[in-house]
Write a protein that binds this ligand. Sequence first.
Ligand SMILES: Nc1ncnc2c1ncn2[C@@H]1O[C@H](COP(=O)(O)OP(=O)(O)O)[C@@H](O)[C@H]1O
Ligand SMILES: [Mg+2]
Length: 356
Amino acid sequence: MAGLSLSNVRKSFGQTAIIHGVDLHIADGEFVVFVGPSGCGKSTLLRMIAGLESVSNGTIAIGGRDVTHLDPSGRGVAMVFQSYALYPHMSVRDNIGFGLRMNGVPRAEVDRKVAAAATALHLTELLDRRPKQLSGGQRQRVAIGRAIVRQPDVFLFDEPLSNLDAELRVQMRLEIARLHAELAATMIYVTHDQVEAMTLADKIVVLRAGSVEQAGTPLSLYDDPENLFVAGFIGSPRMNFLRAECGTDGMIRLPDHRNVIVPLTLAAAPQPGQDLLLGVRPEHFAPDEAVSLNLTVDLVEHLGGASYAYIGSGTAHPLTIEMRDARKVGRGTVLETSFDPTRAFLFDARTGDRLR
Ligand SMILES: Nc1ncnc2c1ncn2[C@@H]1O[C@H](COP(=O)(O)OP(=O)(O)O)[C@@H](O)[C@H]1O
Ligand SMILES: [Mg+2]
């Protein structure tokens, strides 16, 4: 078991800087999720921790030991990839035990560890099968089993569920959460899926273009995003952003919605003329709140329990409103809805900074 520290970690490929100085502390036993859009540097950062990619600058310590220039095999980490990378001609048993056997671990011990991992992953019945006789979810469990038997201090997962269908992803997500609880190991998990991040993480690290935008517990990012990017990335469906203006009277108004006033308590009033965006989550609209809007619905999705109304689709500021018991709402309905301004967030539209 071990915690991790990244200090000013940078990476360039040739002249191109990809990771711009990441500082991060991960506690022993913590489940940390790196989340961000494709190409933001999640895999690169994970591969540097694994030792599969060199570090251009800064240091990485695992369990208090500087591993920045250490071989992957000496770091006490095990990595699980999106592509399962199983040996097709070997049984599940041999796939899981392969690394141990290569390291000269005695046969009896290999068998014992493989059996224990198979139990934890519900693979016992499948030990004699070949990978091609397994479903995608079962293959990914074998890949995880291969990591478990090595008893690493830190597990590294790079989008392990991306090749699975939606239902299986939910199931495997629960399995990974259970495994983390049972093994109490430090885990770092990379995904572009914010729902996976919200449900698995003790701590989420939101990355964008090689920099950490914000790190914190899932609910702290949801409740208190520091900027427009995190606000838009965390939460599903995505947060709505309404154009806002500050008048010379210091009041915030919504010019696209009959200049309705949004009473906000701000430490400092924005400049008149400053481009602002007001963020309101789809689930924070309700019938009788302080700020009322009349919205003409383009399209409704009725999911049974909840319905989503879409407004202004194709415009720069489309809206999604979550409703309950909204069976009568349809295309063309003028929806009278409202939100509680204390649940809204104000941003500088140009810099993306949160204004408090
Ligand atoms: N070996 C490499 N050589 C050059 N550029 C790379 C290499 N690996 C990754 N990159 C670039 O680094 C950026 C981050 O990539 P990656 O870490 O794979 O992103 P993510 O996993 O978040 O999708 C991308 O722009 C990618 O093209
Ligand atoms: Mg990646």
